[in-house]
Design a protein around this ligand. Structure first.
Ligand SMILES: NC(=O)c1ccc[n+]([C@@H]2O[C@H](COP(=O)([O-])OP(=O)(O)OC[C@H]3O[C@@H](n4cnc5c(N)ncnc54)[C@H](OP(=O)(O)O)[C@@H]3O)[C@@H](O)[C@H]2O)c1
Length: 416
């Protein structure tokens, strides 16, 4: 549903034809496409649903518009100006040709354990309207319920399958000895069951949710390769594998002409950096590793919501996740979040937006998987794309000074 419609100079809302999404502000980005006589420039403008107008004063072009929101496109006569209601960026997943939205959306803790299908659908709708194309899931999330919910939502929305990048992760599928781990049996059976729950013929990404110390890596690489070759998944990857384990899998794939892993799903945020910034660094170049990073807000700590205790309706107050408290609530980190909030103010952002934007500034991050328990959080988090554009080197240096946890750079012995 489109909120406004191109009409010569500026835009007017068409409430008779299009519903206005329940968004406080829609950010618009205009891009003039080079056409000989004109150069390339980008104008930002805002659409205010209350005033039902785009701020015309900042549009410096008359003529023809193409207007895009999600997958909807409207055009006027000359394709010289593109107005996109979302400012999502798309990045290649490592060296693969797959384009993933720089911000994506996952369902851990929330779907099934914290929110119901209606709330989950609202969150996914807001993410989708902002251009999110990657939705992350796992067989373990809420014991399969999360995939059931996401499958139901995809089905009811009727979004085009080719517009979506959907994942599952295999490792913890149940209590039996063959319901967990990365044996060929569980990799195949786990994936088939996940596809049933998701109501899909294939997932785009399938991850080994952890390394399995009890299965030869060759058996797992053969099983994952089979899933890709048979069309059950487009790409396979790992989650929380060491660089050495990833290299091992690549070596086996090369040796036997199998499909190598494309991506890793590691934790990455302001407080958890070493693996992504240091350990994996050679892999980005050597094997073209992509990264779909998780817990960018450290389970909410980086929003500042835990600065003064645990709010009742938050993740750390959710039944069954008490164990997270010890990992998340670390006084030294809370103190740093308090200081970081000043920088967030300087760039006119919330603390959550600053923390997500900081992850986005790392070019080795293919996509930042966000999580949310309410649509308002998704709305807020999606603006991190704009905030990342506003971060200067000075801001980044100030952030580093507060964090004081940058992994040491490798010594270049030639500089001696
Ligand atoms: N591969 C793995 O092992 C692994 C592990 C974990 C996660 N993941 C994936 O990564 C995704 C993201 O991880 P995550 O959920 O831990 O991400 P996160 O961004 O660190 O935490 C998300 C949580 O923070 C709170 N939050 C988010 N935005 C907020 C805002 N603007 N204001 C206030 N609170 C906000 C919400 O919790 P409350 O509102 O309940 O407080 C939300 O559920 C998961 O959904 C999953 O797909 C993968």
């Amino acid at each position: 549903m489109l909120p406004c419609h191109g009409r010569g100079r500026g835009f007017e809302s068409r409430p008779d034809r299009f519903s206005i999404p329940d968004l406080p502000r829609l950010y618009a980005r205009c891009r003039r496409i080079p056409s000989g006589e004109c150069g390339f420039f980008i104008i930002r403008t805002t659409f205010d649903p209350a005033a039902r107008r785009v701020n015309e004063s900042r549009l410096r072009h008359t003529g023809y518009f193409r207007l895009r929101a999600g997958s909807h496109t409207f055009s006027t006569a000359r394709p010289s100006l593109l107005l996109a209601l979302d400012s999502m960026q798309y990045r290649r997943l490592g060296r693969s040709g797959l384009q993933v939205s720089a911000l994506s959306f996952g369902s851990w803790v929330t779907f099934g354990d914290q929110i119901d299908v209606d709330r989950a659908a609202e969150c996914m709708q807001v993410a989708y309207e902002h251009g999110v194309n990657f939705f992350d899931n796992a067989e373990a999330y809420a014991n399969g319920k999360s995939e059931l919910m996401m499958g139901e939502i995809f089905h009811s929305k009727g979004w085009k399958r080719s517009d979506l990048v959907v994942s599952t992760k295999i490792f913890w599928g149940g209590d039996g000895p063959n319901d967990r781990g990365l044996s060929r049996k569980h990799v195949l059976e786990g994936t088939y069951a996940a596809l049933d729950r998701l109501q899909m013929d294939y997932v785009d990404l399938v991850f080994c949710h952890r390394p399995d110390l009890h299965t030869p890596v060759e058996e797992t690489v053969r099983a994952m390769s089979y899933l890709v070759e048979q069309g059950y998944a487009m790409y396979w990857g790992t989650s929380e594998w060491s660089a050495e384990q990833i290299r091992h899998a690549h070596g086996i794939a090369r040796q036997y002409n199998l499909v190598p892993p494309t991506m890793e799903q590691p934790q990455y945020n302001m407080f958890h950096r070493d693996r992504v910034e240091s350990e994996y660094a050679p892999l980005y170049h050597d094997v073209g590793l992509g990264t779909t990073i998780w817990s960018p807000l450290a389970s909410g700590l980086l929003t500042g919501k835990y600065n003064d205790g645990i709010p009742e309706d938050s993740r750390l107050a959710t039944a069954g996740y008490e164990w997270l408290k010890d990992q998340v609530l670390i006084e030294e980190r809370i103190e740093k979040v308090r200081k970081l909030s000043d920088i967030a103010d300087q760039v006119d952002a919330s603390m959550a937006q600053l923390a997500l934007a900081w992850c986005l500034t790392n070019d080795d991050v293919s996509t930042v998987i966000t999580g949310a328990s309410r649509p308002e959080q998704v709305e807020e988090n999606m603006q991190a794309i704009e905030v990342a554009d506003r971060l200067t080197d000075t801001h980044i240096d100030s952030i580093e000074a507060i964090l004081d946890n940058r992994p040491a750079e490798k010594r270049d012995w030639r500089d001696n």
